[in-house]
Design a protein around this ligand. Structure first.
Ligand code: NAP
Ligand code: MG
Length: 403
């Protein structure tokens, strides 16, 4: 079989620990034998980030803007323990944060469903994809503890120097607390466009919800910006694609999500997305089966797994012990990126390969061959736990049948 030719390189962002090991295995076992893999390689492993004063992260994001599609391995976000472990010059920022800021992107997370792993809500037969607005609100707030007898006001100094004031509360009878937060029309608009674009890309309905009945200016602005952008830029495209944009109140949305069968994108404000993405991930079974894609408002895509570097397994691996780490989400990051590259470059062979590789992966698990995390959850009767590498080799056997 001739190897599939790629027209444009993928931006490849290598990472850390166990996922770095898996990264190479995926390439060696499942990609390089079949694809004339073209990538522009950036080593986001912590050692090289430290060596380049994190410039490599910025360079990889710039390359993503240039080429349009990237695939990223999980990376360490340094904390105090990592400062010593890696002898770091500085506590470098989260690469995901840096890349997200440079691309002005929104993260979409979707579970991969397989037979044998039943969601806690069994009626969820299709994935629920969560989009979290990752800017502002309570994550960039200012808070104060207020003493009895004080009066709290919101005060804005306008561009002309005049002041606009509004009473928050008169704390006559008790101590209390106050909180100030903000968001930006520009950020909300980017979020809205990323969501509408991704819904079109995936041919899925888009749901959005806020508490606009209570928050008549703050949340209502989110609702209005979404509605305006939808009417002006996306309504016709949604009609053509046969998909729907649906707005409702957040409490109504939660009730409908529980009753639904899945199969839509749920756009959430920052806090709602933080909470709901953990609920959705847990309910679908395993963080190791959750994919993640960062989408910019102008249609740039960066694919990755939602989980981290699986540190505990890496230390076992370093000691020479066998690991059974789940590579599915990382593998689906690759297939997502290859399929998108294929779509953009009009190389359907690449899209077909990505489809078949995903099918081979799911077929392998559904045939009973799986890593330890899924082995614990699966209700299949004939199931076998395999190690990290043997799982990928089993996927390769299935893939050969499909090609
Ligand atoms: P983690 O790497 O996601 O792992 C947490 C635990 O979840 C693991 O110890 C493992 O449980 C289980 N797990 C996660 N992925 C798995 C997989 N593929 N296969 C099998 N089990 C899996 O999170 P963490 O331990 O909190 O963080 C480790 C490092 O990852 C940190 O340095 C953090 O900064 C980084 N991180 C990076 C990203 C990213 O790059 N997007 C995201 C999150 C965290 P058991 O140990 O019980 O088997
Ligand atoms: Mg959370």
């Amino acid at each position: 079989m001739d190897k599939i030719i790629m027209k444009t390189p993928l931006v490849e962002m290598d990472g850390d620990e166990m996922t770095r090991i898996i990264w190479k295995m995926i390439k060696d076992i499942l990609l390089l034998p079949y694809i004339d893999l073209k990538t522009e390689y950036y080593d986001l492993g912590l050692e090289y980030r430290n060596e380049t004063n994190d410039q490599v992260t910025i360079d990889s994001a710039e390359a993503t803007k240039k080429y349009g599609v990237a695939v990223k391995c999980a990376t360490i976000t340094p904390n105090a323990a990592r400062m010593t472990e890696y002898n770091l010059k500085e506590m470098w920022k989260s690469p995901n944060g840096t890349i997200r800021a440079l691309l002005d992107g929104t993260v979409f997370r979707s579970p991969i469903l397989v037979k044998g792993i039943t969601p806690y809500i069994p009626s969820w037969t299709k994935p629920i994809c969560i989009a979290r607005h990752a800017y502002g609100d309570v994550y960039k707030n200012t808070e104060m503890v207020v003493e009895k007898g004080s009066k709290a006001e919101l005060c804005v100094t306008n561009a002309d120097g005049s002041e606009s004031r509004d009473l928050i509360f008169d704390f006559k009878n008790s101590d209390g607390i106050i909180q100030g937060m903000h968001n930006l029309d520009s950020s909300i608009s980017s979020f809205a466009r990323a969501c509408f674009n991704y819904a079109l890309d995936q041919k899925l309905d888009l749901w959005f919800a806020t508490k606009d009945t209570i928050s008549k200016k703050y949340d209502h602005t989110f609702k209005d910006i979404f509605a305006e952008i939808f009417e002006n830029e996306y309504k016709e495209k949604f009609d053509e694609a046969g998909i729907e944009y649906f707005y409702t109140l957040i409490d109504d949305a939660v009730a409908r999500v529980i009753r639904s069968n899945g199969g839509y994108i749920w756009a959430c404000k920052n806090y709602d997305g933080d909470v709901m993405s953990d609920m959705i991930a847990t309910a679908f079974g395993s963080l190791a089966m959750m994919t993640s894609v960062l989408v910019s408002p102008d249609g740039i895509y960066e694919y990755e797994a939602a989980h981290g570097t699986v540190q505990r397994h890496y230390y076992k691996h370093l000691k020479g012990e066998e690991t059974s780490t789940n590579s599915v989400a990382t593998l689906f990051a690759w297939t997502g990126a290859l399929r998108k590259r294929g779509e953009l470059d009009d190389t359907p062979e690449l899209c077909t390969f990505a489809d078949k590789l995903e099918k081979a992966t799911i077929d392998t698990i559904e045939s009973g061959i799986m890593t330890g995390d899924l082995y614990l959850l699966s209700t299949l009767e004939n199931k076998t736990k395999v190690n990290t590498e043997d799982f990928l080799k089993a996927v390769n056997e299935k893939l050969k049948e499909l090609l």
